[in-house]
Design a protein around this ligand. Structure first.
Ligand code: SAH
Ligand code: DHB
Ligand code: MG
Length: 215
């Protein structure tokens, strides 16, 4: 199958599972308008994150890499009234666009964005979190994994985006791909986790979603 066939199946899935959503559409538009990279998760992937958050009854979520708050919105929408999502974002510009989008989504009372390099802001955080979504700079994924294990409650979920990288992790050459291969190996062998990886296709290129349950 070709990329265009995968995209058309994503269109089919969106027609089934993703209602028209002016709030999410505005968030996507803001990403382009602000000249930010359009590397947010796809709609059906956002829905998948949301279903996984529901599955663990998430009350406290940590997201590493917020961009314009697109995946953040999917996740924060299923938090209970007293729930919280903490987002870590390196770029002050991305953080301010995300804050405006989350306010428009009516989620500003539930989402707190901390600006700075996540490797420095993570050690300041206290758990427990029910779900961590890792989606920032790929070279630091091994560091983010160790901090995520520390911060996640037993039975909680650690998710990692982009862990297949068009298949490049199979024979990694670039530094980021070598780091992602290391992340996958750590995920597979860590005694504190029960983990797997799903390959993903669709409107985004061939990639993968890591799913780990904290023991
Ligand atoms: N989760 C978002 C997409 C995140 S894109 C979504 O699906 O909607 C990756 C984000 O990670 C970018 O906004 C980038 O600025 C941020 N980032 C890059 N390096 C980082 C770092 N060292 N610490 C925290 N965030 C970082
Ligand atoms: C790309 C996609 C992502 O989901 C991400 O987090 C970073 C980069 C990309 O397609 O380049
Ligand atoms: Mg990503």
């Amino acid at each position: 199958m070709s990329e265009s066939e995968f995209s058309s199946v994503d269109g089919y899935l969106e027609s089934l599972f993703i209602p028209d959503d002016p709030v999410l559409a505005a968030t996507l538009a803001s990403t382009a308008e602000a000249g930010m990279p359009e590397i947010q998760v796809s709609p059906i992937y956002g829905r998948t994150l949301q279903v996984l958050a529901r599955l663990v009854g998430a009350r406290r979520i940590l997201e590493i890499g917020v961009l314009a708050g697109y995946s953040t919105t999917w996740l924060a929408r299923v938090l209970p009234d007293d729930g919280e999502l903490v987002g870590l974002e390196y770029s002050p510009v991305h953080a301010s666009v995300a804050r405006a989008n989350l306010a428009r989504a009516g989620l500003d009372d539930k989402v707190r964005i901390i600006v700075g390099p996540a490797a420095e802001t993570l050690p300041e955080l206290e758990g427990p979190f029910d779900l961590v979504f890792i989606d920032a700079d790929k070279g630091n994924y091994p560091v983010y994994l160790e901090e995520s294990i520390r911060l996640t409650r037993p039975g909680g979920l650690i998710l990692g985006d982009n862990v297949i990288r068009r298949g490049r992790v199979v024979d990694p050459v670039r530094d980021d791909d070598v780091a992602m291969d290391l992340f996958n190996r750590l995920l597979a062998s860590d005694e504190r986790l029960d983990a797997t990886i799903l390959q993903t296709v669709g409107t985004k290129h061939h990639d993968g979603l890591a799913i780990a349950v904290r023991r």
